[in-house]
Design a protein around this ligand. Structure first.
Ligand code: ACO
Length: 326
């Protein structure tokens, strides 16, 4: 059986930086509170003329460049996002148009912050089955457009960005070793965007009630996130006969520093095993894992033969892992 191996990564972060001190100017909050509760110092905000497909395309071009693969060689594009340019068509179709490669399969995955890891699983299984050879997987979000900038409980946490990976069929042991995907829809109301779908169709009244903006019960999310991130990491290790000490790079969804530290403590991970960039980019939902992966990869920290564990948790709730032999 062929392995699905990541042969290139890329990322794009919008230029505009919004610091905690900027937030202090229009919100009843402080840098001290945000840093102590979340570890976030700043986040990126997309420009008015930038859309999710633009961020995704920039990250994709970087990943393709690193892989040395021309867009025309792609068999499939999958974008993990909950903030696509449109409710439909899929943002992946717009990325395909931007890359100028009509014909290959393109679809989005809606699994909130787990979107990229879910998409990676789809890509890997398509490649392992022998059906296709080369897949572009992207996580891209512009959360800033669906945040309630008057709600200090939520708007301080999130940021915009995109990350991408190119997967290729290869012989040999390196590639995706396993992935595990989970969801529990009974938690849907703890983190969601009420409008505008079929339940709340667009209306002036709905806008007044701010139904189009993110709602979250932070404390509840926190508890389930730590438990799920730890459980799915152990599940991945168990399935591969590995121990926590075998992980060279643990790349969790960058929700906030306290969630990451609690998860790392629960698993018994050492600081040097854990990749954290939430201080600079906040929580970019489906984009957070591929951005962190690309940063670590470009910095030359990930070497051939390293064990990389991607660990995601998000709205739905959804949670997922992907264990890679680099
Ligand atoms: N600035 C100042 N004060 C604030 C702010 C703020 N930005 N936000 C909330 N507070 C206040 C609250 O109003 C509350 O005040 P009160 O006691 O007078 O009512 C007080 O701070 C404590 O609020 P808590 O909600 O108990 O604060 P907590 O320590 O739980 O931290 C936080 C809140 C950071 C949201 C935390 O619950 C958390 O990290 N939850 C996880 C949520 C998350 O990461 N979601 C991301 C999406 S899911 C995912 O990606 C995994």
């Amino acid at each position: 059986m062929k392995k699905a191996r990541i042969v290139g990564t890329g990322s794009y972060l919008p230029e505009k930086i919004l610091t905690n001190f900027d937030l202090e100017k229009f919100l009843d909050t402080s840098d001290e509170w945000i840093v102590s509760r979340t570890g976030i110092r700043e986040r990126r905000i997309a420009a008015a003329d930038e859309n999710t497909s633009d961020l995704a395309t920039r990250a994709a071009r970087q990943a393709l460049d690193m892989a040395g693969i021309s867009p025309g060689d792609l068999d499939m594009i999958i974008v993990g996002t909950i903030t696509g340019d449109y409710p439909w068509p899929a943002t992946s179709c717009l990325v395909q148009k931007n890359l100028g490669i009509p014909g290959c399969a393109a679809f989005d995955v809606s699994a909130a912050c787990s979107g990229f890891v879910y998409a990676l699983d789809m890509a890997a299984r398509q490649i392992e089955s022998g059906a296709i050879k080369t897949v572009l997987v992207i996580g891209a979000e512009i959360l800033s457009r669906i945040l309630d900038w008057e709600d200090r409980n939520t708007c301080i946490l999130f940021g915009d960005g995109a990350g991408a990976a190119v997967l290729k069929a290869e012989d040999g042991p390196n590639g995706v070793l396993s992935s595990h995907l989970h969801a529990d829809g009974s938690f849907w109301e703890l983190l969601y965007q009420p409008g505008f779908g079929t339940r709340h169709t667009p209306s002036a009244e709905g806008m007044d009630q701010r139904l189009h903006l993110v709602r979250m019960q932070g404390n509840e999310v926190f508890k389930v996130a730590v438990r799920s991130l730890s459980d799915v990491a152990l599940e991945a290790l168990g399935a591969n006969g590995m121990a926590v000490a075998d992980i060279d790079h643990f790349i969790p969804h960058q929700a906030n520093r306290r969630i990451l530290e609690a998860t790392a403590r629960r698993l018994g991970l050492k600081d040097e095993q854990v990749v954290i960039n939430v201080d600079r980019f906040g929580n970019t939902s489906g984009a957070s894992i591929p951005i962190a992966l690309d940063e670590a990869n470009r910095a030359g920290k990930i070497k051939e033969g390293d064990v990389v564990l991607l660990d995601a948790f998000g709205g739905g709730f959804t949670w997922a892992s992907s264990l890679l032999l680099w």
